[in-house]
Write a protein that binds this ligand. Structure first.
Ligand SMILES: [Zn+2]
Length: 101
């Protein structure tokens, strides 16, 4: 991750340990993907106690989450920055002041 944004100069690491909270964002995204998979799997395949459908669902979901992990990490950092850094439409103005408590 670069130290500052190449476009606006916003500092990326706002404070030490700023990105610890992204674990919760990443977790929320993972649960959302698992629920999304559950919905389409229920509609297209369906769950039954008579076959291994639950294991296929878990296999698909776990494989997907492992493969998407690099994207999930980056996306959770972006969402975290969106939560805490105010958008500044005036590019020539100084970088926005950090609003963290
Ligand atoms: Zn920027």
């Amino acid at each position: 991750m670069p130290e500052r944004c190449s476009e606006c100069g916003q500092k990326m690491e706002i404070e030490l340990g700023f990105y610890y909270g992204t674990g919760y964002v990443s977790y929320a995204l993972s649960v959302a993907i698992a629920i999304f998979n559950f919905v389409w799997y229920t509609v297209l395949v369906g769950f039954s106690w008579q076959d291994n459908s639950i294991w296929y669902y878990l296999g698909i979901t776990i494989t997907m989450l492992v493969l998407l992990q690099p994207w999930l990490m980056r996306m959770s950092r972006v969402l975290y920055l969106y939560m805490f850094v105010k958008y500044n439409s005036n590019k020539s103005a100084p970088a926005p002041v950090n609003k963290m408590p």
